[in-house]
Design a protein around this ligand. Structure first.
Ligand code: NDP
Length: 318
């Protein structure tokens, strides 16, 4: 059941750095963007503490505060930020596209910018949730610096885990890599790099029994999956790198995506396979996944949307 149909020029779905940046550009281009910010406005940065690698903040900034500033900047130029979800989309045919917000509000959008991001996968043990942001992190590039000269562990055996273990090894004194099977999933080149880094110790056949610490991480207890033997290691940081899940499920069947759900865009642009639908940020980027790269791609999406609308208007006149 829908209430009334609303017609918008530019609908932005998602509110991380990509979505807000798209909103700033779209609003300044007078596209009167409407943003559906989701259930956790601000996205992954709202579960990060200090952000020290975003240019323009020489003293660093807390992730939630940074997203608050992004929101204010988007609203200053007229973005209509709404706290809700786009629950259904229909990209069949040409624009305007029909979408449903919050199960019952129907919107017709001339352009759509998808900035729904990705969510880190977690182990799902209670101590991981309790110590999240207090030594537990899913982003070595964001948080590794806080453990300079300290011992840390990283769980995972894919390319991300290997890349992040190598990154951490340059900063930390020792990196324990926790691999659940007796082999890596990562490419041979990445495995080689990890195995040839002297301060990375790989513990195969190992799972995390518990992360230890009252208010901050002080260590972790690991279990050997073959022998059942428990081992406690003193640690200051505990990283989880077991993959991400792009938040793209509602676009299945309409938009081209890879086999893990990342949206495909035309190289060098934010264009999806549907004209008028653009994608930016982590929903289409499994390689860089940084706030600053997401913001840059949000800018691209707004410019692409603006140019698409201008070309359409020109065609209508001709
Ligand atoms: P992957 O899905 O490739 O790997 C996830 C890893 O986490 C696997 O080794 C998996 O173990 C492990 N894992 C999953 N769940 C658990 C759990 N509950 N406990 C312990 N371990 C667990 O994810 P990535 O993020 O590494 O990579 C995603 C994609 O991005 C890949 O295609 C990768 O090649 C690509 N990528 C490319 C990069 C580059 O080219 N520079 C950099 C980073 C990523 P198991 O093996 O046992 O299933």
């Amino acid at each position: 059941m829908t209430d009334k149909i609303e017609h918008v020029e530019c609908l932005i779905i998602g509110s991380g750095p990509a979505g807000y940046t798209a909103a700033i550009y779209a609003a300044r281009a007078d596209m009167k963007p409407v943003m559906y910010a989701g259930m956790q406005p601000g996205g992954q940065l709202t579960i990060t503490t200090d952000v020290e690698n975003y240019p323009g903040y020489p003293d660093g900034i807390m992730g939630p505060e940074m997203m608050e500033l992004f929101r204010k900047q988007a609203e200053r130029f007229g973005t209509d930020v709404r706290y809700g979800m786009i629950t259904h989309v229909d990209f069949k045919g040409k624009a305007p596209f029909k979408v449903i917000a919050d199960e019952n509000h129907e919107i017709l959008a001339e352009t759509i910018i998808i900035a729904t991001g990705a969510s880190a996968k977690w182990l799902g043990i209670p101590s991981e949730e309790r110590l999240n942001g207090k030594g537990v992190s899913a982003c070595a590039v964001c948080d590794g610096f806080f453990f300079k000269g300290k011992d840390v562990a990283i769980v995972g055996a894919g390319d991300t885990a290997c890349e992040e273990a190598s990154y951490l090894a340059k900063i930390c004194s020792k990196v324990y890599m926790i691999v659940r099977r007796n082999e890596f999933r990562a490419s041979k080149a990445m495995q080689h790099r990890v195995l040839n880094t002297p301060n990375i110790e790989v513990l195969f056949n190992t799972e995390t029994d518990e992360i230890l610490g009252d208010t901050i991480v002080s260590g972790a207890r690991f279990k050997n999956r073959e022998t059942g033997e428990l081992r406690t290691i003193d640690l200051k940081g505990f990283f989880v790198a077991i993959g991400h899940h792009p938040n793209t499920d509602i676009f299945k069947g309409f938009l081209d995506m890879d086999d893990t759900g990342y949206l495909k865009t035309v190289a060098g642009t934010s264009k999806t396979n549907i004209e008028g639908v653009f994608a930016c940020g982590d929903a289409q980027d499994k390689v860089y996944r940084q706030a600053v790269t997401a913001a840059g791609s949000g800018c691209m999406a707004a410019l692409d949307a603006e140019r698409y609308l201008a070309a359409k208007a020109d065609q209508a006149v001709a």
